[in-house]
Design a protein around this ligand. Structure first.
Ligand code: NAD
Length: 418
């Protein structure tokens, strides 16, 4: 099973390489650069949890608030064994540039707890989530910081977070997004990162002269983001030829029926063993000849060792930070287009903002309205990035960072605290 490649740099250092390039192009003052590079606030918490066997286990957790110049901090909570401080910082900073790029009124934050939810019972996860919520309570709030799901967490986790927060503060659905619809969640939020990714691919196909219908895609990860991306691509006639997850992989060069794969996954908990497919590893998936390679799992999945072997025409970064800066350079030199994470997977935070707005108005919108708003946001952000790519002859990632960092920097100056 492929894991993230070890790099001398932390994930946070790596994201700051992308930031520094944008800061240089924008000719930002050194003081502004320092302010934008660092998290504004970090909270590190120890979380004692009674496990089902009676033991007390202490987990480590973080909430990093990277930048709040443009609005309340916003970002997911990750439950994963590798969720250390630098990874959470990296993800928090990506949220700052993503909300800037998408022009939505939030800052950037992220949370993480070092644990393996797959090895924990539902009761243990519930108790851990409540302890984490209570521990970060002093720094979160509807107008301060609004968590959401990420790797290893889901709408159920958000329901527990909301319940735990509401026990102290009164009924507060707007404290988290990505909740179940019955508790004030938005219809369309589960699908949003995948749907947003497909809207971006649709637009990019026009510029790259690829027909989505009849194209081929390989997807790493079949969780919330990967499964929706694969499903919506399949619906649009793209052949999903390979999918991997922590349990293994499924490969069929003629295309996998993603509807059947969802049923198989729901039954056995992995894509592995899907009837009519051959087994495939993530290493092999990365090297498949296809139109779209879609990392939708963990960070640093594409690194300097596998980047030279990638045969896809386009990388669609549905995961956060799936490509190291070294790999990014290699892919660019090889003429492979990389559609960057802060654009591709921004559908999650776009619909989170719609959910938050619905909660403030105590109102629920219909799916058509949510998807229309999402489409508008994704296509206009893509158009902006494409325009900058053309004007400056730079990569999609460089253009996306340029727009995102530029918007945050200008608000920092307007607010007058520097
Ligand atoms: P998830 O926990 O729902 O699913 C993760 C998937 O990745 C699972 O199928 C898991 O088996 C697989 N996976 C994990 N490690 C793997 C490995 N080494 N090789 C192959 N597969 C592996 O998580 P998610 O919410 O779908 O998040 C996936 C990525 O998308 C993360 O980078 C996350 O930060 C990003 N993201 C999530 C959201 C959201 O709203 N959930 C929004 C934007 C971006």
């Amino acid at each position: 099973m492929a894991t993230a490649a070890k790099s001398k740099l932390s994930a946070f250092d790596e994201v700051n390489i992308f930031f520094d390039k944008a800061a240089e192009r924008l000719d930002l003052d050194n003081g502004v650069r320092d302010l934008l590079r660092q998290p504004w606030r970090e909270l590190e918490v120890s979380l004692p949890v009674r496990m089902d066997d009676g033991r007390i286990k202490v987990f480590h957790g973080y909430r990093v608030q990277h930048n709040g110049a443009r609005g309340p901090f916003k970002g997911g909570v990750r439950f994963h064994p590798n969720a250390d401080k630098n990874e959470v910082r990296a993800l928090a900073s990506l949220m700052t540039w993503k909300t800037g790029l998408m022009d939505i009124p939030f800052g950037g934050a992220k949370g993480g707890v070092q644990c393996d939810p797959r090895a924990m019972s539902e009761g243990e996860q519930n108790r851990l989530t409540r302890r984490y919520t209570q521990s970060i309570d002093p720094i979160i709030g509807v107008n301060q910081d609004i968590p959401a799901p990420d790797l290893g967490t889901n709408s159920q986790t958000m329901a527990w977070m909301m319940d735990s927060y509401s026990q102290v503060h009164g009924h507060t659905p707007g404290i988290v997004t990505g909740k179940p619809v019955e508790l004030g969640g938005s219809v369309g939020r589960d699908a949003a990162p995948g749907r947003g990714a497909v809207y971006v691919m649709n637009e990019a196909c026009k510029d790259l002269e690829i027909a989505l219908e009849g194209s081929t895609a390989a997807v790493q990860g079949f969780g919330q983001v990967g499964s929706w991306t694969a499903r919506l691509l399949h619906e649009r006639g793209c052949k999903v030829i390979a999918v991997t997850d922590v349990g293994g992989g499924a490969y069929n060069p003629n295309g996998i029926d993603v509807g059947d794969l969802l049923l198989h996954h729901a039954t056995v908990g992995t894509v592995n063993g899907m009837p009519g497919t051959d087994a495939i590893t993530t290493e092999e998936l990365m090297e498949l000849k296809c139109d779209f390679l879609i990392p939708a799992a963990i960070e640093r999945a594409i690194h300097e060792r596998n980047a030279p072997k990638v045969k896809a025409k386009v990388i669609v970064e549905a995961a956060n930070h799936p490509t190291t800066p070294e790999a990014d350079d290699i892919l660019n030199d090889r003429g492979i287009t990389v559609l960057p994470d802060i654009l591709v997977n921004a559908g999650g935070v776009v619909v989170s903002e719609l959910e938050w707005t619905q909660n403030l108005y105590q109102h629920q919108w219909e799916l058509n309205r949510v998807n229309e708003e999402l489409k508008k946001k994704m296509t206009s952000a893509y158009a902006k990035v494409r325009e900058v790519v053309g004007q400056k002859a730079i990569t999609y990632r460089e253009a996306a960072f340029l727009v995102g960092v530029g918007r945050v920097a200008s608000v920092v100056k307007l607010r007058g605290f520097i």
